[in-house]
Ligand binder design. Structure first.
Ligand SMILES: Nc1ncnc2c1ncn2[C@@H]1O[C@H](COP(=O)(O)OP(=O)(O)OP(=O)(O)O)[C@@H](O)[C@H]1O
Length: 579
């Protein structure tokens, strides 16, 4: 990515609000420089009041009166309080900005997972990696960058003040600081070189872990565990070594500043004393400001080093904002959300939003029409051409045909997840997507792969329910699909893990069927939903489906005939396509 593109995209990511926070931070940082100037004067006053240094103060030929030690001490306390507040505001603005960016990126990431890029492979590992590694580190980058910017501004003003207090010493100091700056910049280059490799190894590491998690049995069976271990270990070692090197150089840069700074201070004191013979009180002020300046520079170097470490991740997250929806999501009032944390606990109420049984129009089974439907996947031959079909209200239709003939594709067209290339599909009088998007619409879907969430059996069976049910309804439906024994043994609160272990394939499939049936669907779609059941259980499900015929339009894709026993119609897609 070109530098100019990075800058443009960074502005887009920050948005007006982010930019506003940066300006606030810079404003407070300027305040700190002014506070430092006051501090240096008060130190002078303190030294003269104690009699450590004797000097006559004059501003525009007017002598400044001597103050009592009490007044000077009180001023010192006052200015320290002001300094504390301004410093707190500066660093807090950076913290606020960090959370703002992190919240924005995470919120958008969740939005895009749910609503964008359907073709993208979505899995826990890569999603977590993106959020916890890439976005978290990007937010860290923003925070370090803002702090570095504040320190730069602060250092700049302190530098100007040095010239105001003692310009000759300031010129000599500038030379020394230029040399120190060059050394620190060189060290930071080493930080950057190492940091660049960190996300590359992180991605390798993440992909390796994901590969193992997905294919563990296969890897074990093929005796590839050693190879996988070797490969991941390499990435891990490389990652750790690059991260440690980047951290080391960043640390070296931070520590080099004060070390060389002290040497510079000693030189300045010697030169000032021996050559310029500057007044003692002024020299004390100068030395105080120079020490603060060097301190600011070394903090700046630390922030800059850390920002360099996380810059590669920040660059990666800039790709996120390429989505046209990013600006829309960014309009959320994030300041309000962040400030809420300081004021009160946010009360998140679960909104179940169930319908009453009187909402009868949504309960009636629909009729589905296909009119001259042609469909092809991008860059492929058409799967269907001029297809005309009707699935009558309350009917049960079986779809059969050889593998790859288009059975699942037809289901996707019915549910509106795919659009015909030409022709029209309707459910009742409206397009399928509109039909299924209706609030509280009762649709049941069960596929060959059971969709189970991490949670209890009860959580799973109630997931997506749009009608009120009680515990008895749940027990009844589980009994109907022959899961009573399982529930008696494990209970409704039995937890199904993320890898779905603990239940047999058939039990999982029956659980999914029970979930679909519990919702009393008006439209029920089963795609090889009984593939893992024995004949006895399959016939049992066929019987349940026969019982709900009058209230539900059912479409069943299956290679097995048992489940189609009570079907009103069985369509062989191969025959249909050859006509
Ligand atoms: N997303 C996709 N992009 C491109 N081609 C696809 C896509 N999904 C499926 N296909 C192709 O479309 C054809 C029909 O696939 P579909 O999954 O509908 O078949 P099916 O009859 O359900 O098969 P099976 O019985 O094996 O599940 C196949 O040739 C398949 O390779």
């Amino acid at each position: 990515m070109k530098k100019i593109t990075v800058i443009k995209k960074s502005f887009k990511l920050l948005g007006k609000r982010g930019f506003k926070y940066i300006l606030f931070a810079i404003f407070f940082a300027t305040g700190i420089a002014i506070v430092e100037l006051s501090m240096s004067f008060i130190i002078q006053l303190l030294l003269t009041s104690f009699g450590f240094v004797h000097v006559e103060y004059k501003i525009f030929d007017n002598e400044i009166p001597k103050f009592s030690i009490q007044i000077v001490s009180l001023s010192l306390v006052f200015i320290s309080i002001v300094r504390f507040i301004v410093q707190l505001l500066t660093t807090q603005t950076a913290v606020f900005l960090r959370e703002y960016i992190f919240l924005k990126l995470r919120q958008f990431s969740i939005y895009s997972i749910l609503f964008e890029n359907d073709e993208e492979d979505k899995n826990t590992s890569s999603m977590n990696f993106k959020i916890s590694e890439i976005f978290n580190r990007s937010a860290d980058f923003i925070s370090y960058f803002t702090n570095a910017l504040c320190m730069l501004v602060q250092s700049f003003f302190l530098f100007l003040l040095l010239f105001i207090i003692a310009w000759k010493e300031a010129i000599i100091s500038s030379l020394g600081i230029a040399i120190i700056g060059c050394i620190i910049l060189y060290i930071n280059k080493l930080v950057s070189m190492n940091a660049k490799q960190v996300p590359v190894q992180q991605i390798k590491l993440n992909e390796g872990i994901e590969k193992i998690a997905r294919n563990f049995l296969f890897i074990k069976l093929m005796k590839k565990r050693d190879d996988e271990y070797q490969e991941i270990s390499e990435a891990l070692k490389e990652y750790s070594s690059k991260a440690t090197s980047a951290g080391f150089y960043s640390n070296l840069g931070t520590q080099t500043g004060p070390f060389l700074g002290i040497l510079l201070l000693v030189c300045i004191i010697l030169i000032s004393n021996n050559i310029f013979a500057t007044n003692g009180a002024i020299l004390v002020s100068f030395i105080y400001l120079l020490a603060r300046f060097i301190q600011s520079l070394s903090i700046l170097s630390g922030y800059y080093g850390n920002a360099t470490i996380y810059f590669p991740q920040f660059k990666l997250s800039l790709l996120t904002i390429e989505s046209p929806n990013f600006s829309e999501i960014s309009k959320d009032n994030f300041d309000k959300i962040l400030l809420n944390g300081y004021r009160k606990k946010i009360d998140v109420k679960k909104n179940y939003d169930k319908i009453s049984l009187s909402d009868s129009h949504k309960l009636s089974s629909p009729t589905i029409y296909f009119k001259d439907v042609t469909f092809s996947y991008p860059n492929s031959n058409p799967i269907f051409e001029n297809l005309n079909l009707t699935f009558e209200k309350g009917s049960q239709t079986g779809l059969i045909g050889p593998s790859g003939v288009g059975k699942s594709t037809l289901l996707l067209l019915i549910t509106g997840l795919l659009q015909p290339t030409s022709g029209q599909t309707y459910i009742n009088e409206i397009p399928p997507w509109e039909y299924v998007s209706q609030k509280n619409m009762r649709i049941g879907y069960v596929g060959a792969e059971p969709f189970l969430i991490k949670g209890t059996i009860k959580d799973n069976i109630c997931y997506g329910l749009t009608r009120e049910v009680n515990e008895q309804d749940i027990y009844n439906i589980l009994e109907k699909v022959s899961l009573k024994e399982l529930i008696d043994e494990k209970g409704l609160s039995y937890i199904i893990a993320e890898d779905q272990s603990g239940l047999s394939a058939g039990q999982k499939q029956r659980l999914c069927l029970a979930r679909a049936l519990l919702n009393e669907p008006a439209l029920l779609i089963l795609d090889e939903a009984t593939a893992n059941l024995d004949d006895e259980n399959e016939l049992l499900i066929a019987q349940i489906l026969a019982d709900i015929k009058s209230i539900c339009t059912t479409i069943i894709v299956s290679h097995r005939i048992g489940i189609l026993k009570y079907a009103d119609k069985v369509i062989d897609l191969k025959l249909l396509k050859s006509h």
